[in-house]
Design a binder for this molecule. Structure first.
Ligand SMILES: [Zn+2]
Length: 421
């Protein structure tokens, strides 16, 4: 099985190399914004004449290069990629228009601002190399750049490189490469498969079928007082002054720390779970929709659950273990794990409930996690004998009317970033 992997390493460009990277970042942002402005203009003119709009031939980066000569100094492939990025953003805009899923999200693609998403991507046409012995990486139009990362990947077949600058002034390159893996699939018929059901929890990341949760720190919450203090300093400083830049850098460093700590935690936890289990079952949640529509944005994003789930998924895949996302209409919370009775009117606020059919007392999240684990075993053909099968399809039609579960937001989260090791 061939999979895509990314190796992200911090690079240490010298002054000259840094100048070139900054120039490239600027050129890519410039061409993206120019093209976006053109798209916007054309859209306004032709939005009522869809046929002409769809056929419209936009200027290519070649034409822009004739107009703005200095673009010729940039990495040509990176400019091309910027056009493709815009084209994808523009297509997504039309998809949103068509679906009309969320009227507040219908906006046009946004202009790229300096310092917000500072990165550019170059495809490997023979100009990207990495030397793990000398600890140097070669990028298009730039000489070899140093790095210190100790990791070594044998026979790395690099497809592309994304060069980025963080808000704290660090430079990174993310190398996308293909890797062939030969996972040893676990034997699904063996008895006593170790199965984990994970019910997402806003308080503790998840609750498992034993009722336990990881010791999860709400990092953003923890750092919020510090952040707001630092943010106040920024706003007191004069716009454009060096002192303001320094104050802003301190804010950015705290955010960076939060992101890195969370990633590190998620990485270790997912590794532990995959190593110690055969089958892992989670709910299928649309985290983006949750963040938007339940006004839980901060909690959901702070949780990093999407990242955690994605790590579980690829680590399980690599290890030949089973990762299952339960059908989005599976009512994991409302189903009694003992007798299969479904409590349709279970409110989100009810943390405990008693099954009116068999009398079992349930802790909401633990019951859900048990159901998820059972669901997983059924999926691979190993139903638990005590578990009464619930007709998922019948449930689904009911759930549409009744809004299945806790979160009631099905659908996959499509916006999870590519895995970075
Ligand atoms: Zn029951």
């Amino acid at each position: 099985m061939v999979i895509n992997r990314a190796l992200k390493i911090r690079i240490y460009p010298n002054k000259e190399q840094e100048q070139f990277i900054l120039k490239n970042l600027g050129c890519c942002r410039f061409i993206y914004n120019q093209m976006l402005a053109e798209h916007k203009f054309v859209y306004e003119q032709l939005k009522n004449d869809k046929l002409t709009l769809y056929k419209y031939k936009y200027k290519t980066e070649k034409e822009y290069k004739q107009e703005f000569e200095w673009l010729k100094d940039a990495d040509a492939v990176a400019l091309q990629q910027s056009r493709m990025d815009l084209s994808i953003a523009y297509q997504n805009f039309f998809k949103r228009l068509k679906k009309k899923v969320n009227s507040t999200q219908l906006g046009f693609p946004k202009f790229h601002k300096r310092g917000v998403k500072d990165s550019y991507r170059s495809i490997n046409n023979g100009g990207i190399f990495i030397d793990f012995n000398l600890k140097k990486v070669k990028l298009p139009k730039i000489s070899w750049i140093k790095f210190r990362d100790p990791r070594i990947i044998d026979d790395i077949n690099i497809k592309s490189a994304t060069i980025s600058k963080t808000k704290t002034g660090k430079y990174f390159v993310s190398l996308l490469y293909e890797k062939e893996i030969f996972p040893k699939q676990i034997n699904l018929t063996k008895p006593n498969l170790k199965t984990k059901g994970l019910d997402m929890s806003l308080a503790n990341l998840f609750v498992d079928e034993q009722g336990s949760s990881p010791e999860y720190k709400r990092l953003f919450r923890t750092y919020e007082p510090k952040l707001s203090k630092l943010q106040q300093v920024v706003s007191r400083r004069q716009l454009g002054s060096n002192r303001r830049k320094k104050a802003q850098l301190r804010v950015n460093k705290v955010y960076e720390k939060i992101t890195n700590t969370r990633k590190d935690f998620n990485s270790k936890l997912s590794r532990h779970l995959v190593n110690n289990n055969d089958v892992i079952v989670v709910e299928d949640l649309n985290l983006q929709a949750m963040a938007q529509s339940l006004k839980l944005g901060k909690s959901v994003n702070d949780l990093g659950y999407g990242q955690f789930r994605f790590m579980l998924k690829y680590k399980a895949q690599e290890a030949g273990k089973v990762f299952i996302e339960a059908n989005k209409w599976f009512a994991s919370s409302k189903t009694c794990h003992v007798c299969g009775f479904i409590k349709k009117d279970l409110a989100l606020s009810e943390r405990d409930w008693v099954c009116s059919s068999c009398g079992e007392h349930h802790h909401r999240d633990t019951n859900a996690a048990i159901n998820l684990a059972d669901y997983g075993l059924k999926e691979i053909g190993q139903g638990m004998p005590k578990f009464t099968l619930v007709d998922i399809k019948a449930l689904a039609s009911e759930a549409i009317v009744n809004n299945a579960d806790d979160v009631e937001l099905g659908g996959r989260n499509e916006n999870i970033d590519l895995h970075i090791i």
